[in-house]
Design a protein around this ligand. Structure first.
Ligand code: Q0N
Length: 287
């Protein structure tokens, strides 16, 4: 852990430290959440997998949008980032109908103001990816908002800019992932603004924590799809009859090992890089 730094925030599974006026240290833990509860058992190397994947995408998506990454550190789980003025918007892109998108579609036939064809099945691929921004409600849960509400928060010009970047980033990553056997059903981006008023992609990107990853083989619309990475842990927790309130159950060694293997497999499939190579030198994902 860094010394003489200020802890400026923590998500459920990562921590942010201020290094100086211009830079932050973002540290990804091995904690895992399921059904919105952080479990007491960690998944070894999960933080490294997520940090490596983010670095991989940052290094390849620079033509679409600038990003906050300054340095991927030798531990493989922490990055030095530019400190930005964050936009108060979660920039969600959906290519498939799942989660709250499916719920809204069933209830209203549209998602965040996007009218969709009738008769779509749960998990169906959408004709085009859609931008469905949300805000962190005071309850802590995300609340989907329409275009007018999003423009109210960040202005209509900035909104058009984040929408274009979000859709392009999703298209780029989803096409890459699909060719390697992984469907990215949806994903969430966070953006900030730098001192020159430039839009900058921040946080972690296109990881299994910020996205729904599904195995492409066995994809079958008409029901929910298994999670590429968390399905072992979810199935195990459900098999115990856990009521999905904190504290969650401890995972068995088998479930930990199976879950770790799926994270590592996602990393290796998407990057084409052996995870051992990443451990030896994390900067391999940036080349
Ligand atoms: C930051 N979070 C995650 C937005 C914030 N590069 C950065 N500069 C300044 N702040 C942040 C980053 C990054 N990454 C990111 N908190 C601070 C939490 N989100 C929640 C939703 O709103």
């Amino acid at each position: 852990m860094p010394e003489a730094t200020l802890h400026v925030g923590s998500g459920k599974v990562r921590e942010l430290y201020a290094l100086d006026d211009e830079r932050l240290l973002l540290v990804a833990s091995d904690r895992i959440s399921t059904f919105d509860v952080v479990l007491p058992t960690e998944i070894p190397d999960k933080g490294r997998v997520l940090t490596g994947l983010s670095g991989f995408w940052f290094a390849r998506a620079g033509d679409i949008c600038a990003n906050h990454l300054i340095e991927l550190r030798p531990d493989g789980r922490s990055t030095v980032c530019r400190k930005l003025e964050m936009l108060p918007l979660e920039c969600v892109v959906r290519g498939y109908l799942a989660g709250s998108g499916w719920k809204d579609y069933k209830a209203t036939g549209s998602v965040c103001g996007h009218a969709l064809p009738e008769g779509l099945l749960e998990s169906a691929e959408l004709p085009e990816p859609i931008f469905t921004p949300s805000t962190k409600a005071t309850s802590g849960h995300d609340e989907n908002i329409d275009r007018a509400a999003a423009a109210e928060l960040i202005g209509s010009e900035r909104l058009a800019e984040v929408e274009r970047a979000s859709i392009e980033l999703y298209r780029f990553a989803a096409e890459h992932a699909r060719s390697r056997g992984i469907l990215i059903a949806d994903t969430k981006f966070e953006f900030g603004i730098d001192a020159t008023d430039t839009l900058v992609l921040a946080d972690e990107v296109l990881t299994p924590d910020s996205s729904r990853f599904w195995p492409a083989d066995g994809y079958r619309p008409g029901g929910s799809q298994p999670s590429y990475d968390k399905q072992f842990a979810r199935d195990y927790c459900e098999s115990l009859g856990w009521d999905k309130t904190a504290p969650g159950p401890e995972l068995t060694d088998d479930v930990v090992e199976g879950t770790r293997a799926r994270y590592v497999e996602a990393f290796e499939r998407l990057t084409g890089i052996a995870f051992d190579e990443y451990i030896a030198d994390p900067t391999v994902v940036l080349r």
